[in-house]
Design a protein around this ligand. Sequence first.
Ligand code: THU
Length: 136
Amino acid sequence: MPDITELIRLAGQARDRAYAPYSGHPVGAALVTDAGAVFTGCNVENAAYPLGTCAEQSAISAMVLGGGRTIRELVVVGPTDAPCPPCGACRQRIREFAGPDARIHICNEREPLLTFTPDELLPASFGPENLNPRKA
Ligand code: THU
């Protein structure tokens, strides 16, 4: 199971592969699942601006493709020492797959700056169990 320092390193590596020519704001994400598998992602922008995708989104897609389902720790590293918290859409994406004890760490290249539980990140959220209560 990788520790936070290793996840920060991997998120930084992913950040360095981001495609962010329009915002100049490269972001990397690294997550570990409850099974100990690690997945990373970076933001990928587009000349048609709204089509850009976030680092968290790409790490979650990689997780699902790799057979993972439950996030235990997620690290986000932005381009500077200032915190780069997930956007609203990514908070909802994280909420879909965050385990009960998940932690989301907003980091610089060295250490966590902010750490959230899923509920702190997106309080009173809508999730799978709200969609069809009979199936939950
Ligand atoms: N971005 C992310 O990838 N993750 C975040 O947590 C916040 C923002 C990206 C989206 C866009 O490509 C750029 O950063 C500027 O918003």
